[in-house]
Design a protein around this ligand. Sequence first.
Ligand SMILES: [Cu+2]
Length: 643
Amino acid sequence: MTTNNAAGLTLSRRQLLKRGAAFGLGASALGLAPAWADPWGQSNAYPQGAVEGNDIALAIRRETLEINGRSARPITINGTSPGPMIRLREGQDATLRVTNLLDEPTSIHWHGLILPAQVDGAPGISFAGIDPGETFVYRFPVVQHGTYWYHSHSGLQEQLGHAGPIVIDAAEREPFRYDREHVVMLTDWTYEEPASVFRNLKSAEGYYNLQERTVADFLAEVRENGFRETARTRAMWARMRMSSRDIADVTASTYTYLVNGQAPEQNWTALFKPGERLRLRFINGSAMTYFDVRIPGLKMTVVAADGQPVQPVPVDEFRIAVAETYDVIVMPEADTAYTVFAETMDRSGFARATLAPRLGMQAELPERRRIADRGMEAMGAHDMDHAGMEDMDHSRMEGMDHAGMEGMDHSRMEGMDHSRMEGMDHAGMEGMDHSQMEGMDHSRMEGMDHSRMEGMDHSRMEGMDHAEGQRAASPANAQGDLLPAGTAQPGSQYDQAGIGIDPDERRILVYRDLKAFRPWPDRRGPEREMEIHLTGNMERYMWSFDGRTFSQVDGPLHFRKDERLRLILVNDTMMEHPIHLHGMWMELENGAGELIPRKHTINVKPGERVSALITADAEGSWAFHCHLLYHMDAGMFRVVKVS
Ligand SMILES: [Cu+2]
């Protein structure tokens, strides 16, 4: 169904959908399945409808709708929230007319689309935004295919459901086959005003974190690890003013997690015929939530990441960072229902849908897993060999107070970056075992007191970088001895599934698995490196790049037009950050050789160091930011200028 003319058509469709919803029917059951005819056979039960064609009108409003049976005030696009699926075809010229019927400026950014800067949709960067009552016409050639999404880039509007899926049909046959497809768009909805969520985050660290350890937890842990160990770990975390459970800033205490706008109880259901190959287009359109997705009873074969075809990877589960997309193929053989289960990374809640041969069927919900405990893992403690730490230079670690860290085991802390840990109080760290700390960067540890570090075993600490000056001497500034293209950075964790999921339990997608379906054209090595640190202050809810928020920086980052650049991202914080670059692909240097995969959003784990190659071919100014909405708003945002 085409909705080229916003208001009238859309209202009547919405009324139909509302009536349909009352009977538990999706759009397809009402005969509203989109009318596009596709040579490879498709159907899509996306319940918010679809718009397609060469001229698409989108009307943005704030209105009262029910979400999960409760009155809500989302921002709607053509009457639904999230908005309709935009269906385009590779090779067409798209015209999208966006009319702002809000009482504040708005915008739409086409996430992951390669297009001219003026129509990218980030206000204040490359266009002025869309004022109330105004219609802005986006016109651009569609040069790619795959699964993407769109969302507001104005203030916190995205949290109000101002987002929707984009599906671009390929000009040529894709390298995989399927009989039917469905969009699965994950979002996090709150009935609170986003501005109030942001205020709460700023006023109290851990405001939404109702999963702080309880006395019962403590006793259970004592039974498992003994009193001494338990007390010690907790005291250390307390001193570092962090909670090992701060995995998500915003949790199910305010969020309802939705699949295609439907809450778990509403159980959005997609149909299949047993034996069919189903393509599921997963989009994480959340403001703040990472999901771990599985379909108990079905193997999923990942065939595309961020819209780009990849070599097929059969998995039982995948973690999808905010703003990423994954396409998977499943083949349900049995005449039975399957649960699509998307548990949040912090385990505070879940989104859920059903795949079934007939409406009204459902499968059991899998058991919820225990709350992930970030623990020392968050500081980069992973399976690594730290043998050989000779020649450690502890000069400049003056003033560090490590007194009282008895018995701490720092083994396996490769890749830790201790920069900017000034003023840390490590009282009580005697007996620390620092064996195997290869690759640590202790630059800028001034002010720390290492007196009373009796009993520490610093043997074998080879390769640590403890000097302020040493960073300047890194290959970043020495043309000619850059790591070869495609090389995984030391400190990367591409083999790690991430916090809280046990890779031994089932096969979980990791970044190392991603290999492009075929090599991308630009095979040049990097001419230059740019290193950016992801930084933050949890207490004050300040998030930034290189220690400075967007409002504190003087000007844009500069990419030279057509240069081949290596962007290194170093996460100095305790949280994951999904980093998004507008306008250009980032080719993730995950060791895939010439099959280097390209992404629009790269997740960087706590303590991790990742790198991407970029062909800076897109002239203009582009947004570069953390895609956690409140982190971006707090200052983890830069402008990249290509000229
Ligand atoms: Cu972030």
